[in-house]
Design a binder for this molecule. Structure first.
Ligand code: AMP
Ligand code: ZN
Length: 669
């Protein structure tokens, strides 16, 4: 029997590792996320049940899934300094002169790429990753170990002859390719794309759900050993050793015998950096010998033995052809500068974003102006100025459009926003498509295989115009579409059919009522059990619901006042889409709380109030809103006030803390 278990565990580990490689390295997942999650859950359960088969290298150590609510602040045992910056070779030579004043022996340098991401400090004890902390202010940072474990480049266990306890520092970053992929998924789901890889990488490290972090496919490179005992005499040697223990160190780092070799390295990467699969913003030069590093020491902010060399943001001058306007999926208008093609940072630039009318005004942009474009950390270059000397006398100032370029409707601009909107959400083509893309997205109806390109094609072919049309699609209609194989067509049809089982709250989110996000949809469903109930709800009734204010209430009433929306809902209903709270939403986990009433008070820390109330319902209990004789249990968090007092006064009410509540329902946290 136990032999079988062990085999099963090992088999699962192998399979999961294989799928992980498929996902990370080859980028061809051959099972769905859900199947993967199920396999993983099975392995996690088995490992919990049979701890004798524990293995540090099990993929369960890597794939995340834990939720971290707060990232504890942790002091750095060794301060994480910043780096002094230099911007040209003069600065660099000055630095060398300062070094020579202190050190008479020849000085070697290590030149490294300056990765543009988020720095991290990893603590290894006995060859195991035990803690990962962000740089923070250099003295203390946030502990994000669970999230860092999901990064494939970070070794969880080391091999070879490593020191017992030490820190490895490095950078977490996103490759351009993975950044683009994240943005593709986001736009497919109707979300705004992220601005640049650096912010996305550091933002990802702070996500609460580590399995979401894993999906971001972050990369890591390690470039600094720090410890009480150092098993080498130079930085270069330490890097090689670290590579031997299993760390991913930079392929591009180079040992330079003198500052001229450093300059060569810089010149090379200044032009070649655009061919790297990730972004760098400069070069870091470090004195190689540790003894010399020690002699040089630190200033208040940075080591004297290291120097960052920042590349100049590249700038080019070119002519503005014209300004065009894009209509986003939410109706937001983005002006775009169409430029005479110009070479910038290794790519040909033809367009630059102008963001909004205010920015155009600030630049004082005229038709056919010569403009300066710059590429900073952002993917899309921006216009940073105008060469007014080259402006012709008759050139007119750019005048912002008044009507939507897609549908001709007059644009609106609200006081508090810099952006113009097209208000024709039901018939403006990009908005129509956007609404359908939102409908099929993962957090809504989750229709897999139906991507934004397919939806755009279907719309162009006049096969779909609103979410209800999906349910009338046939395989025969799909097959003639570009790049549509028999199998994908069948998958789409199956996916659409399956979406009829998606619970009401997700459908409510999916139909895209303005301001009704995921959370609001959930709250609405708690109070209105069907779309028909919601439809007749008055503003007064709506604002009774927690978190729902006038703005949301108004947009809900407006939605239901439109006959086209009503028609769409009728059709969705006729196809069998869940438009009321079904039995499955009231999924019963147990009946242990049957006949019992609950109220939560104070600041809860183990779960949110929503989650708690949901648990009560799923275990057969009932939530009530006030302390009275009818209350059976009061669950108190921190700083509980008058309700607790009242309950104590009544005397018959059971008072529980959060853990006792969990024990009561037998739910693990
Ligand atoms: P700065 O933020 O400009 O003070 O630059 C210091 C930062 O550069 C460090 O906190 C690291 O995150 C980052 N960095 C990137 N690559 C390297 C590298 N090869 N060596 C040291 N620091 C690096
Ligand atoms: Zn429009």
């Amino acid at each position: 029997m136990s032999h079988n278990i062990q085999e099963k565990i090992e088999h699962l580990r192998r399979e999961i590792n294989r799928h992980n490689d498929q996902y990370y390295l080859l980028d061809q997942p051959d099972i769905s996320d859900m199947e993967f999650d199920m396999m993983l859950k099975e392995l996690q359960d088995l490992e919990a049940q049979y701890p004798e088969y524990y293995d540090d290298n099990s993929p369960t150590m890597r794939v995340g899934g834990g939720i971290t609510k707060i990232f504890p602040t942790t002091a750095h045992q060794f301060r994480m300094y910043s780096l002094d910056n230099s911007y040209d070779f003069n600065d660099l030579e000055d630095w060398e002169k300062r070094i020579i004043k202190t050190i008479s022996d020849p000085v070697e340098f290590v030149a490294e790429l300056k990765y543009d991401g988020a720095s991290i400090s990893l603590l290894y004890e006995n060859g195991k990753l035990v803690q990962a902390v962000t740089r923070g202010d250099g003295f203390q940072g946030d502990e994000i170990t669970a999230n860092v474990r999901t990064i494939a480049d970070v070794p969880l266990t080391l091999t070879g002859d490593f020191p017992k306890r030490f820190f490895m520092r490095g950078e977490i970053f996103l490759t351009r390719k993975n950044f683009d992929k994240i943005n593709k998924t986001r736009t497919d789901e109707g979300l705004d794309p992220f601005m640049n890889p650096r912010n996305t990488a550091s933002g990802s490290l702070k996500m609460q759900d580590s399995s979401e972090v894993r999906k971001r496919r972050l990369s890591a490179v390690l470039y600094q050993f720090v410890g009480e005992e150092t098993p080498a005499t130079s930085h270069w040697e330490l890097l090689q050793k670290a590579a031997g223990w299993g760390f991913k160190i930079s392929d591009q780092a180079a040992l330079c015998r003198n500052i001229d070799e450093v300059k060569e390295f810089i010149n090379y990467w200044d032009t070649q950096r655009h061919h790297l699969p990730f972004e760098i913003d400069g070069i870091v030069v470090k004195v190689n010998h540790l003894q010399q590093q020690k002699q040089l020491g630190y200033t208040a902010k940075s080591p004297r033995w290291a120097m960052a060399y920042k590349f100049k943001a590249e700038k080019a001058e070119t002519r503005l052809d014209k300004v065009t306007y894009q209509v986003g999926r939410t109706g937001a208008i983005t002006p775009v500068a169409n430029l005479q093609p110009v070479l910038l940072a290794g790519t040909v630039v033809k367009r630059a974003s102008l963001h909004n009318e205010d920015i155009i005004k600030k630049l004082g942009l005229h038709e056919n102006d010569y403009v300066y474009v710059e590429k900073g950390g952002e993917i899309i270059p921006k216009i940073v100025g105008v060469n007014e000397e080259k402006r012709t006398a008759d050139s007119r100032e750019i005048e912002y459009i008044k009507t939507c370029p897609e549908c001709g409707t007059e644009l609106i601009k609200t006081e508090d926003q810099a952006i113009h909107f097209c208000p024709n959400d039901l018939h403006c083509p990009p908005q129509v498509v956007g609404r359908m893309i939102h409908y099929v997205s993962r957090k809504a109806l989750n229709i897999e295989n139906l991507g934004s390109e397919t939806i755009e094609q279907l719309y162009r072919e006049k096969l779909v115009e609103n979410p209800a049309d999906f349910y009338a699609l046939t395989k025969e209609q799909l097959l003639p579409l570009e790049r549509m194989a028999e199998k994908s067509a069948q998958n789409i049809i199956d996916g659409i059919k399956k979406s009829k089982e998606i619970p009401f709250e997700k459908v409510l989110f999916g139909i895209g009522i303005k301001h009704v996000g995921e959370t609001v949809a959930k709250k609405l469903v708690k109070n209105f059990a069907s779309i028909d109930e919601l439809k007749i709800a008055t503003t007064e009734e709506l604002i009774q619901v927690e978190d729902i204010g006038e703005k949301i209430a108004e947009s809900i009433t407006e939605f239901f006042n439109n006959p086209e929306n009503i028609l769409m809902l009728e059709r969705l209903k006729s196809y069998g889409v869940q438009l009321e709270k079904g039995a499955s939403d009231n999924e019963v986990l147990s009946t242990v709380l049957e006949g019992k009433t609950f109220l939560f008070t104070g600041k809860l820390s183990l779960f949110t109030r929503d989650a708690a109330e949901e648990m009560v319902e799923k275990h057969g209990g009932k939530n009530i809103s006030a302390v009275s004789k009818n209350l059976n249990y009061l669950v108190v968090g921190e700083k509980a006030g008058s309700k607790l007092k009242k309950a104590q006064d009544i005397g018959t009410i059971n008072i529980l803390d959060e853990q006792q509540f969990l024990d009561l329902i037998g739910e693990p946290v």
